[in-house]
Write a protein that binds this ligand. Structure first.
Ligand SMILES: [Zn+2]
Length: 123
């Protein structure tokens, strides 16, 4: 069964060995590569997708992007933080432990999503 890119989330943790990931890869063709990521184009609708290269990081993100120009330098940290917030179920009503931070802590953490991200947590 073919996978339809229109139904894919705009950002997702890409787990290579899942059936979903395999169907996704059948739909994508490599457009460009950099040291850190690969730019893919979907065969059916031409949409552009950036996938982190395999490296030490355990989480690789597949992110829909709008244009080819500048794709390799694109900062995806805001999308990653949104996904982190969503996957953890949002914030608590307790303040972040980082001094001078006025944000609420992320569920399951003592820090807000910004400071959790700063500590290298991605998923
Ligand atoms: Zn904070």
């Amino acid at each position: 069964m073919k996978s339809n890119p229109k139904l894919w989330p705009n950002i997702v943790v890409f787990k290579e060995n899942t059936d979903w990931a395999q169907r996704v890869m059948e739909e994508l063709e490599v457009s460009q590569t950099s040291d850190w990521a690969t730019l893919y184009k979907a065969r059916s609708d031409g949409s552009l997708w950036r996938l982190d290269a395999r490296d030490k990081q355990d989480a690789r993100f597949l992110v829909k992007i709008e244009e080819e120009r500048g794709w390799a330098q694109l900062d995806i940290s805001n999308q990653v933080k949104e996904l982190l917030l969503e996957s953890r179920g949002g914030n608590t009503n307790v303040s972040c432990l980082q001094s001078n931070c006025k944000n609420f802590a992320l569920k399951g953490f003592s820090f807000c999503v910004e400071h959790v991200y700063d500590r290298g947590i991605r998923v």
